[in-house]
Write a protein that binds this ligand. Sequence first.
Ligand code: G3P
Length: 214
Amino acid sequence: MQFFIDTADISAIKKANDMGLVNGVTTNPTLIKKAGRDHEATIREISELISGPVSVETLSEDAEGMLKEAKTYLKWGKNIVIKVIMSPEGMKAVRELSSQGHKTNVTLCFSPLQALIAAKAGATYISPFVGRLDDISHYGMELISQIRDIYDNYEFDTQILVASVRSPIHLLDAATIGADVATVPPATLMQIFNHPLTESGIKAFLEDAKAWQK
Ligand code: G3P
């Protein structure tokens, strides 16, 4: 399973990239707002820093507007993926972008049939939001299993990009189910390192080394 990082924070991206944990980056309007910097400058910087795909979200609600935005975003880097909302207009835009050979990421997916529609439109990635489903007492991971089954049944190439990841358990479940990618907030990525036995093991090794280091 590939790890994308779900942030527009350049220093967080650099930190994770130095550990070899960034196969790609996903952004959205909320993350750009949080980063507090100019949209274009931020995306250009991320795109130079990371060789993998960088998702940039369109803001229009009609296909024509989405395609116009996509044209601009595609100039910001060689690895730009156009993020489009799950809607009838979004699927029109995905169909067109995909026929032009551009990569797309369909966002705000909350049902298996939405994922099927996105795949039929030719989406490169589908982004099911597991955390937001958990928030309303639905099993987010059940959606990932259903999409995996559907895509395998019909041999769709669309990659399952698990989004709205809130904990390492989401990552474990996504990898067990066979999701292609998970996009992870920086703090959740760092949580993977935490284990009391790792911490006590490091402490014991360093303590024992003191006996023979003199
Ligand atoms: O990639 C989409 C993701 O950022 C949404 O996460 O935590 O706002 O549900 P969240």
